[in-house]
Design a protein around this ligand. Structure first.
Ligand code: ATP
Length: 303
């Protein structure tokens, strides 16, 4: 295996809206779709669609969504041998509202994702040991994230930590043990408590994390691309100009592609450029995983 994703899966319940209803108001919405999502699953699927060998450690509930989630991961080529089914709990679901300006508002019901425990890392250890890169997010218990980072350090496996959704409880000492820390602007703002309303302020906030010992900070900036901070070095990678239809899952597309590229050649800037192009493609289509291109669609897009 190239990549292990230890994280969440969610069933996206996507409603396309003209505007959000006010309290007590009922509105008609133009369209509704069900999709497979969750930050962990999205990132695993993006990397697998590009051709990486990916395994996922995750939990599903004992409801109608569970088998569908496993099948969906398998169809994308993700190894699901370490997907755990938990009885008496729902699968994770994410009601998503996408407005006519393509902005999204997302609710998360973690369900079975909260049952992914440090013991599950130990159980998957023989398979995890063979991986070159581990990807983590914060839609599972923090203790499991910490156990995974400890495991990866012992095994000398590179780690990407995507601190999403942002939690001020995250122990930054663990983030400092990771090779890459990849928040978006909002997550950076929450984690540092500092404003991110200009590039100067983003750099200032980012530097406070580097001063704490972070090695590589990559901040995704939506249509403004992404910033990489390491030591005294700052690099900006522009996004590709595209007509955005639905930006949900763009950050996960970026991370999945970045991981795939990074395990292939280890060139950070090159991996960011590819990730930025891959994420740009993803915003041109509706949904999250559904909007991720496979390797040949992506090649057509960038050539
Ligand atoms: P999400 O939470 O929707 O998954 P995010 O907020 O975590 O996304 P963003 O920073 O919005 O992540 O976007 C991730 C990457 O996607 C950006 O760094 C950029 O490369 C690309 N991207 C996002 N929006 C656009 C856009 N409108 N046009 C082109 N590229 C975009």
């Amino acid at each position: 295996m190239d990549i292990a994703v230890i994280g969440s899966n969610m069933v996206d319940l996507i409603t396309y809206i003209d505007r959000m209803p006010n309290a007590g108001e009922t509105l008609e919405a133009p369209a509704f779709e069900i999709g497979c999502g969750g930050k962990g699953a999205n990132q695993a699927v993006a990397a697998a669609k590009l051709g990486a060998s990916v395994m996922m450690v995750t939990c599903v509930g004992d409801d109608v969504f569970a088998d569908n989630t496993v099948r969906n991961l398998q169809q994308a080529g993700v190894d699901t041998r370490h997907v755990k089914k938990v009885t008496g709990v729902s699968s994770g679901v994410a009601p998503i509202f996408v407005d006519s300006a393509s902005q999204n508002r997302i609710l998360i019901v973690k369900g079975a994702n909260d049952r992914l425990l440090p013991a599950d890392i130990e159980r998957a250890a023989p398979a995890l040991q063979a991986c070159r890169l581990m990807i983590l997010q914060l839609e599972i218990p923090l203790e499991t994230v910490y156990a995974a980072i400890d495991f990866a350090r012992r095994q000398r496996i590179a780690v990407i930590l995507n601190p999403a959704p942002a939690s001020r409880e995250l122990d930054i000492a663990y983030a400092c043990q990771c090779d890459f820390f990849i928040p978006n602007e909002t997550e950076l703002e929450i984690l540092t408590g500092m404003p991110v309303d200009s590039e100067e302020n983003i750099l200032r906030a980012g530097r406070t994390l580097l001063e704490k010992g972070l090695r590589n900070l990559i901040v995704t900036l939506g249509q403004r691309g992404a910033l990489w901070l390491t030591g005294d070095r700052v690099e900006h990678v522009a996004s590709l100009p595209v007509k955005a239809v639905d930006t949900s899952g763009a950050g996960d597309a970026f991370i999945g592609c970045f991981a795939h590229e990074y395990v292939r050649h280890g060139e950070v800037l090159q991996a960011m450029r590819q990730a930025s192009a891959y994420a740009a493609y993803s915003v041109t289509g509706k949904g999250t995983q559904r909007s991720y291109p496979d390797a040949s669609q992506f090649l057509d897009f960038i050539t």
